[in-house]
Design a protein around this ligand. Structure first.
Ligand code: FMN
Length: 171
């Protein structure tokens, strides 16, 4: 299947990026195709609640920005991985903006989802996990896996292997 990884961290060589790459390695070993989009580096405006998308726009957002790259990738993806650094107990602002823009298609059609979170401290995941699970439920999908990592030494083989194994296990 085609797996779309949305990395919300603005740090291209950061923890989330390395964790995502480990997951992708495993998934590719199992024969899956992966595409990672660096949402944290994209220019994506938050939803304006103008309702253009649900009227004249017929599912298209009135804003013309980097979200178009995500909409395009979502057309062919079978699974979506939401990956983010934790910023102030939640997703990064960039990821949150992108999530609000799921409003244009209303519900994503994908049925498989996973979550990867990276933070400085442990026990900071209540808000993003709750949001992730609510979204997946709203879309009628299934959370295939939820992973959290924290601290100064996240780019380690144990973490990478956990995510590679998860990637390899996907059917
Ligand atoms: C603006 C900002 C806010 C942050 N807020 C939190 C937080 O609320 N809780 C926490 O544990 N870590 C927080 N951190 C630390 C990051 O989550 C942590 O360093 C993470 O591993 C960074 O991932 P990255 O290298 O992929 O960007 C914050 C970092 C930044 C830059």
């Amino acid at each position: 299947m085609k797996i779309l990884v949305l990395n919300g961290s603005p740090r291209l060589n950061g923890n989330t990026a390395a964790l995502c790459e480990a997951f992708c390695e495993g998934a590719r070993q199992a024969g899956h195709e992966t595409e990672t989009l660096n949402v944290g580096k994209m220019k994506i405006g938050a939803c304006l609640a103008c309702e253009y998308c649900h009227g004249k726009g017929a599912g298209k957002c009135v804003q013309n920005d980097d979200m178009n790259k995500i909409y395009e990738a979502l057309e062919t993806a079978d699974m979506v991985v939401i990956a983010s650094a934790v910023h102030y107990w939640s997703f990064t602002g960039q990821m949150q903006s992108a999530i609000t823009r799921f409003y244009a298609p209303h519900k994503l059609k994908q049925k498989k989802y996973a979550l990867i979170l990276s933070s400085g401290s442990p026990d900071v995941y209540d808000a993003p996990i709750s949001q992730f699970e609510s979204i997946v439920n709203y879309f009628g999908g299934k959370a295939e896996g939820e992973f959290t990592f924290n601290g100064f030494d996240q780019k380690n083989e144990k973490n990478f292997e956990r995510l590679r194994n998860f990637g390899r296990s996907l059917k």
